[in-house]
Design a protein. Structure first.
Length: 84
């Protein structure tokens, strides 16, 4: 149902993506996942949601952003563009 809802709104949809291993590491550190559950976590949180992620008309990818970009500035730019 979420995909059907977002499809006509894809130009206003923002996906903030991060490296699965980095996200999982933060979740383990916060006590949300056991350290040996990465395969299950990746299948559930990333692989199964691939069609949903493909809908986003705007993507901020922290894997790229961490190499020199600024995610906050990028997000502000997207929001400004969407509000026009």
């Amino acid at each position: 149902m979420l995909i059907a809802y977002l499809e006509p709104r894809r130009h206003r949809t923002v996906l903030i993506m991060d490296d699965p291993e980095a996200v999982f590491g933060r979740n383990v550190a916060a006590g949300h996942n056991p350290p040996d559950a990465f395969t299950h976590y990746k299948a559930l949180e990333f692989d199964a949601r691939e069609p949903l992620y493909a809908l986003a008309g705007n993507v901020i990818d922290y894997r790229v952003t961490l190499m020199g970009g600024d995610a906050a500035t990028e997000l502000v730019g997207i929001v400004e563009d969407l509000s026009r």
